[in-house]
Design a protein around this ligand. Structure first.
Ligand code: FAD
Length: 612
């Protein structure tokens, strides 16, 4: 490993005194206060505005420079810091959390807003393990104190009552399918579970909705596809057959389960397979990222906000330096590229010798489809709206924009402010951007902001399933009669006549993108990749994928880093192994062969019975 250092400029974290002062501790360019507090002085040499220095003593901690303070970058920083690395994080934005962060605008009633929904499935093993390591306060971790209890999921139709999950056998009913339709639906699901290479290499290129369409009624098909976007974090027009299948396998069969202590909300409980998703007990930045950044700083990690990575210098063997947008150069033993894939493609494109390397050359095709659009919104009410269940997540099954929502006060701790004059705060996401809305006849992608808000209200307004839930808990009163204080849209979506676009392009796993996901390891020994867009066992653009990728990135360099694998039962592994052989010779799925075999055997038995 070449010996490098981390001379930096514009250290906003340390401000005033620390801004331009760097210390060389045994050759490492570090701010004085940090070097003192973290590693002690030893043979420290101080200098002002120091330039590149070499690490002369191999006994000194190695350095890691992480680019991007989203969940993946922070996860990598977390692992390197635990192992004693000197870690610096460079983030283009002014805060941490990337696509999962929240904000409050003081001039907008101090209402909390957020980029995304915050659902966490029972198979988010790496995430939960990480949250156990981040202090929430003096009495517990973010895992202990920052997570809600499971939320009840329901599909709310335009006509009729909302259907809640009440067991695997009732799933077809929930999706408005008949019994035999349910069997055909489950058979396709089983085929994705009982395959490995076929699913990853072939099913990942097939649209899930198209695969199920021929075997389902129109009603069953529309209802089933409406659950793809909200669960998989993509939208049914893009979700692959592979993703839809594997997502449900993890949800229904995951192991281990996660124990939770008793608290003010009730007795001890366990979160495991088939259980509802968890939410944070407050806005994500307040409940998680602020605490995580504080914890990392306490453990010596330095943060540089508003410092985008611009270019990586490469000598044909290794990365030799990183150039920031501010003009500063950064040197480290390890470089972690944890930006959005779009930014990574641009950064790598500035160093063609790097961009042409295996794995790294995947970034262009990975981003060729352009940004994905999925917009979160909030509806603030002037009165409290009750719900029949303690925590309820609603998918508005018949909405063109595939709307979701839940009431934040149901998940959040009682002391979390909802905003001035706000008594109930619903948050949701419009998952599908390409289907025309019912009011203006235009898809989200080409709506004005006003049209988008009107569409959301109209699509929610015609959902009888949602209204009947609210009426049930509010003495027959419709939510439509409760005064709305404000409808808010995450401000980083810009609506324009040319189409909606986000401040940072959003990526998502689709039939086009999945085949190009790079691994965290690259052919360049001191460059690793992190991000929910890289290849993970979570296998979907999600916070579990982001945490897993950060851990995997660190593990490329330090094999002791723990990564918790996803569970697949032995019987499915065995069938999948047999199907791998079928796939390799171009044969149909092993389950289809089995079915045909059974049919032939049955026909033989019947023929024999008739004959004799
Ligand atoms: C509407 C919506 C709903 C969602 N719902 C869920 C959900 O319910 N459950 C779930 O698990 N996931 C959900 N997600 C997905 C989840 O938010 C993402 O998968 C995850 O946050 C990705 O994290 P990341 O660290 O890989 O990437 P990012 O969050 O994209 O982080 C990349 C970071 O790099 C920074 N950066 C960019 N360019 C540069 C540069 N040049 N130099 C330095 N830094 C740079 C960015 O500012 C950002 O902070 C949702 C996402 C959205 C948008």
């Amino acid at each position: 490993m070449p010996a490098h250092n981390t001379p930096v400029r514009g250290d906003r974290l340390w401000g005033g005194v620390g801004t331009k002062i760097h210390a060389a501790v045994n050759g490492l360019g570090l701010p004085v206060a940090w070097a003192l507090s973290t590693h002690g002085l030893r043979t420290a040499v101080f200098s002002k505005g120091s330039e590149a220095l070499t690490r002369g003593d191999d006994s000194m901690p190695k350095t890691a420079a992480v680019f991007g303070a989203g969940i993946a970058g922070l996860s990598a920083a977390h692992e390197f810091a635990r192992l004693g690395y000197v870690v610096s994080v460079y983030e283009a934005d002014n805060e941490a959390g990337g696509f999962f962060r929240s904000a409050r605008a003081p001039d907008d009633r101090s209402m909390p807003s957020e980029y995304s929904w915050h659902g966490m499935g029972p198979w988010y093993h790496n995430l939960f393990d990480l949250l156990r390591q981040i202090p929430f306060d003096e009495t517990g971790s973010v895992y202990d104190k920052g997570l809600s209890r499971p939320i009840d999921f329901c599909l709310a139709p335009d006509t009729g009552r909302a259907a809640f999950y009440s067991g695997i056998l009732d799933l077809p009913k929930m999706f408005r399918m008949g019994r035999w339709e349910g069997v055909r639906w489950a058979w396709l699901l089983l085929k994705t579970w009982a395959s490995d290479r076929r699913s990853r290499e072939y099913y990942s290129r097939l649209n899930a909705a198209e695969q199920w369409k021929p075997v389902l009624s129109d009603l069953g098909w529309r209802t089933w596809r409406a659950s793809f976007g909200p669960w998989i974090g993509s939208d049914w027009t893009n979700v692959s057959f592979h993703q839809a299948g594997q997502f449900f396998r993890k949800q229904l069969m995951t192991k281990p389960s996660h124990p939770h202590k008793a608290d003010d909300e009730g007795p001890a409980w366990t979160h495991g397979a088939r259980d509802g998703w968890l939410l944070l007990r407050g806005p994500s930045s307040e409940c998680w990222f602020d605490k995580w950044v504080w914890h990392l700083k306490k453990n010596g990690v330095r943060f540089f906000w508003g410092e985008p990575l611009d270019k990586l210098d490469y000598d044909g063997t290794a990365v030799t330096a990183a150039q920031l947008g501010s003009g500063a150069r950064v040197q480290a033993d390890v470089y972690v590229l944890a930006t959005t894939p779009f930014a990574a493609a641009d950064i790598l494109g500035r160093t063609p010798a790097l961009a042409g390397q295996e794995q790294l050359r995947l970034f262009r095709p990975l981003t060729q489809g352009g940004p994905h659009t999925q917009v979160s919104y909030r509806i603030a009410f002037a009165e409290k709206i009750a719900w029949p269940r303690e925590r309820t997540a609603v998918v508005v099954a018949d909405s063109e924009f595939n709307l979701t929502l839940f009431a934040q006060e149901q998940a959040w701790a009682a002391d979390v402010a909802l905003g001035d004059g706000v008594k109930s705060l619903w948050t949701g996401t419009a998952c599908v951007a390409t289907v025309p809305g019912r009011l203006h006849g235009v898809p989200l992608i080409s709506c004005t902001k006003g049209q988008f808000i009107e569409e959301v209200m109209a699509q929610l307004g015609s959902c009888e399933g949602l209204d009947s839930l609210v009426k049930e808990a509010n003495n027959g009163r419709s939510w439509k009669t409760v005064p709305v204080v404000r409808v808010e849209v995450w401000p980083e979506w810009f609506f324009s006549p040319g189409g909606i676009r986000p401040r940072q392009p959003k990526w998502v796993t689709t039939t086009d993108t999945q085949p190009y996901q790079p691994t965290q390891a690259t052919p360049v020994p001191n460059l690793v990749l992190a991000g929910a867009h890289t290849e993970t066992e979570a296998d979907v653009w999600s916070i579990e994928g982001a945490v897993e990728s950060g851990r995997r990135a660190a593990r490329v360099i330090e094999p002791s880093v723990k990564v918790i694998p996803q569970y697949k039962p032995v019987w499915l592994r065995v069938i999948s192994a047999v199907d791998n052989a079928c796939f390799a010779v171009g044969a149909p799925h092993v389950l289809d062969l089995f079915l045909v075999g059974c049919a032939i055997a049955l026909a033989g038995v019947i023929a024999l019975a008739v004959w004799y």
